[in-house]
Ligand binder design. Structure first.
Ligand SMILES: Cc1cc2nc3c(=O)[nH]c(=O)nc-3n(C[C@H](O)[C@H](O)[C@H](O)COP(=O)(O)O)c2cc1C
Length: 391
């Protein structure tokens, strides 16, 4: 049987599945549920040295897109330390702590990290990512995604925490602000052991167009834009995982957003991640999605004859090239007439002149010479009757 264990920059995990920092990781009962369902590690909910305001959970959720989180309560340092100590006593999980210091007081980053280390944390995850902490201030006076868009400020914070703790330090990066790669490099140079990347952008929630455009956050007369998580973001994260894996070869890397199935996790690993963090799909569907994920990864590895996750890490990086270097073979759509139901969806694509409906046989047909090989039809077909073949 394949070995699913990973060592991510010194964090040892029995498999690559982590539960991301969120309300799912703010209570001991939930941590136990995560473990019972097979998660290897958790990132404890964001602990803050000083909270400017106390947020309540206010989320806009659309199951086809994901969540926009306007508010979510953070942990006080003492509570976070107690939770870590309890989790270390009562579970076998690898525990990392998502945290930030007080605005403008650099030393508090190290102080809180040290408190969490003494409580038993296996790793410190620096929160350079929360999009709903954005403000106009600069440098270490700011938190979350604003801080995370400033390479110099992040590097100063990493160095400060590095002085304070011996356990691995994770820089949890964000994709807001266009500085992700510079921040990743700065964090690595100042000693961050692990990069963690999620596609997170500040986004608007849905609004009630029949009630003057009010925000659809429950129980708030006014709302703020919030961090957008969930399925919409998966491919963007994969791009960033690949970018970081190529820019920092061999560096420990966690990644993933919008994950809910085992094969999506294999994709993250093939783009260069060693482990993944999952949140929204568990909030939505429960911890019971985790066992099929772990089993799915294991079965895949056995079926394909891979022994370790390290052996598939970064395989897809071999296929990334510059736009000018792309190689094109002639391909054309082929319709499996045994599977085609004649629903005609593939005949409606305005840019395709190659597919027509054949009334006589009640199936769709491709005229090979007209097919450009774009691949759109293969995704349009609800029955997977279309594949692209070398012409
Ligand atoms: C309700 C909620 C609360 C979250 N709280 C935190 C947090 O405290 N710290 C943090 O770094 N990320 C937080 N996140 C982001 C998640 O850790 C994760 O990075 C993100 O949701 C992307 O993964 P997903 O698409 O699987 O949800 C939160 C996400 C949600 C939905």
């Amino acid at each position: 049987m394949a070995n699913l264990s990973v060592n991510v920059g010194g964090l040892k995990m029995k498999n690559p599945v982590m539960i991301a920092s969120s309300p799912l990781t703010a209570k001991i009962e939930l941590l136990k549920e995560a473990e019972d369902n097979g998660a290897a590690a958790v990132s404890i909910k964001h602990a803050m040295m000083q909270q400017k305001f106390k947020a309540r959970p206010r989320w806009y959720f659309n199951r086809n897109i994901g969540i926009v989180v306007s508010g979510d309560p953070r942990l006080e340092p003492e509570y976070a330390c107690e939770l870590v100590a309890k989790a270390k006593r009562e579970t076998g999980l690898t525990i990392v702590c998502n945290m930030s210091g007080a605005p403008g007081r650099l030393e508090t980053w190290g102080q809180l990290a040290s408190m969490l280390e003494q409580a038993g944390a296996d790793g410190i995850e620096l929160n350079f990512n929360c999009p709903n902490l954005l403000s106009a201030e600069i440098k270490t006076a700011v938190q979350g995604a604003n801080l995370g868009a400033d390479p110099e400020a992040c590097s100063i914070v990493v160095a400060e925490v590095k002085k304070a703790v011996k356990i691995p330090i994770i820089a949890k990066l964000n994709t807001e602000g266009g500085m992700t790669m510079k921040v990743a490099k700065a964090c690595q140079e100042s000693g961050a052991d692990i990069m963690n990347i999620h596609a997170s952008f500040r986004a608007a929630p849905g609004i009630n167009i029949y009630d003057g455009g009010k925000f659809l956050f429950p129980g708030t007369s006014k709302g703020n834009f919030g961090g957008h998580t969930g399925v919409w973001s998966r491919m963007i994260t994969n791009r960033f995982i690949a970018d970081i894996a190529r820019a920092l070869p061999g560096h420990a890397l966690i990644g993933g957003s919008g994950l809910e199935k085992w094969d999506q996790i294999i994709e993250c690993i093939m783009f260069g991640a060693q482990s993944v963090q999952i949140c929204t799909s568990v909030l939505h569907k429960g911890f019971s999605i985790i066992p099929p994920i772990v089993k799915g990864i294991s079965d895949f590895m056995d079926r394909q004859g891979y022994e370790t996750l390290e052996s598939i890490r970064g395989l897809s990086l071999n296929y990334i090239t510059e736009p000018s270097q792309m190689e094109y073979s002639d391909v054309a759509a082929v319709i499996d007439t045994g599977v085609c139901t004649g629903c005609k969806l593939c005949t409606r694509m305005p840019t395709c002149i190659a597919i027509d409906y054949n009334e006589k046989v009640k199936k769709c047909e491709v005229t090979r010479e007209k097919c450009l090989g774009c691949g759109l039809c293969a995704g349009v077909c609800p029955n997977n009757a279309i594949s692209m073949k070398i012409a």
